[in-house]
Ligand binder design. Structure first.
Ligand SMILES: O=C([O-])CC(=O)C(=O)O
Ligand SMILES: [Mg+2]
Length: 610
């Protein structure tokens, strides 16, 4: 067994600190010091329980001895590559997607670097498990899937003390929060505290797709109760057993939460709102967007990914953006968010007013086509910009399609199958290259499947969906459906915002992100029917989006990182989380003995002379 020379201990401890600081690979000196000290003191069993430091059987024998874990692991030392093989082998043996989700989440709790390496190396296979659609199933079954707490749970009963709860989070540097109150989880409705799977899943993508450090990310569930009766009766339910608190108390709670985040983590801490009910999502976005560093992913992230899909599809259909008629089915947060961003893009491109741009956009909601003279209350909120005259009121989607003659049909309803065969065929009759997006999640809430879209339009449509669909074979050709999911957008926006410390995120950011995403679709991608870059390129896509967004941040004075790095893209790439294990053994460990002693000096005589 190797023995530590006491005389070298200080030197080793110092070197270890430096090594760990490098391993943390963060930019500011304070940050390095902060991370290095406590982490270098973590040893023994505590180290084995720390997911951001744990390496499992990849700890070398030197590390095991130095860190007091020798004997606590089987004797063999495995490489990270072999560990990845084992994880994937086990993954394939799991019997269903929920079990696959649980096994990956367990790995995340145990060994973060290995989790992110496996995820990054197998994105196409694993994204649908840790994220949409399986994360939806996991949220529904969260009581069963729950193993260990991850993130913070703040309840309405913590009102008045939210700052104190935030102080219980062990990391002081938090750069990004994803928060939900669980009221509209994907298209699945109110899942209360079970909705925690969403912030956890979104933040996993912050790291896997945009290289943001896991320790800088904090998932938060704001538990204000649930109106889901089934959950209230579920013995495994993990949240408060009470009805949702709304009104003034809820709003005060939200205001306190926003201020407490700033007080605890600073103005630069990004807060991503996720899966709030539509009315609250809009309300909080309007209320907080100019005051805090925040955005709403369901409104703005989804808008940017859909706009990117439209811009790319128009390269194929050949119709200028302003010459399209765009019909939205659904008038909730996603539909209104997309419609508003598309209107902004039209007004910029065609040099017309936003009102004129809105004339090209139509909406069909639960009460039918948005036309004047609908009963009071049916035209309230952001959708009222899109109300039309000169159309016959109808609650029949086919009839609405016949009247509007859309070139683009976008579904964000949460109503699976609403794009019926006749609706899809009509789109095929009206257009040479119909653009059809079925954005609702998870898969069974999609307005139509990829197969239905391609078959009913003779393979001519440009299709995308929020949840992934497999390639479709039709008439001897393979069509690759695009996944118009906000995961193409939010990681890159978050990366730029956290690296360059913007205090706000405005609408322009999402326009830039959409354009950048669309530009990254190659002609070769288009020839296979793709309107988004392949999933396996998504990390690079995020970095490119972040680069474009950061140029904007500097151009309008929103960035706080000065001096401005010479090359923004290089600076971003230098910040990214590295999933390979780093050695915990200081490099002095392998120094030849003679390098540790003064040259030509007999130590015994040295002491005698002293
Ligand atoms: O989570 C997703 O896949 C997309 C999204 O934000 C939603 O559907 O709410
Ligand atoms: Mg969402």
């Amino acid at each position: 067994m190797l023995k530590l020379k006491p005389s070298n201990l200080n030197q080793i401890q110092k070197t270890l600190n430096i090594q760990l600081a490098k391993y943390a690979k963060v930019s500011s000196i304070d940050e390095k010091e902060r991370l290095a000290k406590p982490r270098s003191q973590i040893k023994g069993v505590e180290l084995l329980r720390n997911p951001s430091l744990y390496k499992g059987m990849a700890f070398t024998i030197d590390e095991r001895q130095l860190l007091g874990i020798h004997g606590l692991l089987p004797p063999a030392v495995l490489s990270q590559e072999v560990q990845c093989l084992r994880i994937m082998e086990n993954f394939r043996r799991e019997k269903d997607d929920l079990d696959r989700y649980i096994s990956l989440i367990n790995l995340q709790y145990r060994n973060e670097k290995l989790f992110y390496k496996v995820l990054k190396d197998n994105l196409e296979l694993l994204m649908p498990i840790v994220y949409t659609p399986t994360v939806g199933l996991a949220c529904q079954k969260y009581g069963i899937a729950f193993r260990r707490s991850k993130g913070l749970f703040i309840t309405i009963h913590d009102k008045g003390h939210i700052y104190d709860v935030l102080c219980n989070w062990p990391e002081t540097t938090v750069k990004a929060i994803v928060v939900t109150d669980g009221q509209r989880i994907l298209g699945l409705g109110d899942l209360g505290c079970y909705g925690m799977g969403i912030p956890v899943g979104k933040l996993s993508l912050y790291t896997a797709l945009a290289g943001i450090y896991p320790t800088h990310c904090l998932p938060i569930m704001l538990d204000v109760g649930t109106n889901n009766k089934e959950l209230l009766d579920d013995p495994l339910y993990i949240g408060l057993r009470q009805e949702r608190v709304g009104g003034k108390v809820y709003e005060e709670f939200m205001d306190e939460f926003m201020d407490a985040v700033v007080a605890r983590f600073g103005y630069n801490c990004l807060i991503q709102f996720e899966d709030f009910a539509s009315h609250n999502a809009h309300k909080f976005l309007e209320k907080y967007r100019n005051k805090y560093c925040m955005f709403n992913d369901d409104i703005q992230g989804t808008a940017a990914v859909a706009l990117a899909g439209v811009l790319t599809s128009l390269r194929v259909s050949g119709i200028d953006l302003q010459d399209n008629r765009i019909l939205f089915v659904g008038a909730g947060q996603a539909a209104c968010g997309i419609a508003e961003l598309v209107a902004l893009a039209i007004s910029r491109k065609a040099n017309i007013s936003i009102d004129e741009a809105c004339e090209r956009i139509y909406m069909f909601d639960v009460d039918g086509l948005l036309v004047e003279n609908r009963p009071e209350g049916q035209l309230d909120g952001p959708k009222n910009k899109f109300v039309k005259t000169n159309f016959t009121p109808t609650r029949d989607l086919l009839n609405a399609v016949e009247q509007v003659k859309p070139t683009v049909l976008i579904g964000a309803t949460g109503v699976g199958g609403i794009f019926t065969e006749s609706v899809l065929k009509k789109m095929g009759e009206l257009n040479h290259r119909p653009i059809i997006f079925a954005l609702s999640n998870p898969t069974n809430k999609a307005e139509c499947t990829a197969e239905q879209a391609f078959r009913n339009t003779d393979g001519r449509c440009l299709f995308s969906s929020g949840s992934p669909f497999n390639p479709v074979e039709y008439n001897g050709k393979t069509y690759i459906p695009g996944q118009g999911n906000n995961s193409y957008i939010f990681p890159g926006v978050a990366l730029a915002t956290t690296v360059f410390q913007s205090k706000h995120i405005d609408e322009e950011v999402f326009l830039i992100a959409a354009e950048s995403l669309s530009e990254q679709v190659s002609e070769e991608d288009l020839s296979t029917g793709r309107i988004y870059p392949p999933m396996k390129q998504i990390q690079d896509v995020s970095v490119k989006i972040a680069t474009e967004v950061s140029k904007y941040y500097y151009s309008v004075g929103m960035a706080s990182l000065y001096p401005k790095p010479e090359c923004l893209e290089t600076h971003i790439r230098n910040q990214l989380y590295d999933t390979t294990y780093q050695s915990y053994v200081p490099s002095t460990w392998s120094w030849p003995e003679e390098h540790l002693k003064p040259k030509n000096c007999d130590q015994s005589s040295f002491y005698e002379n002293d």
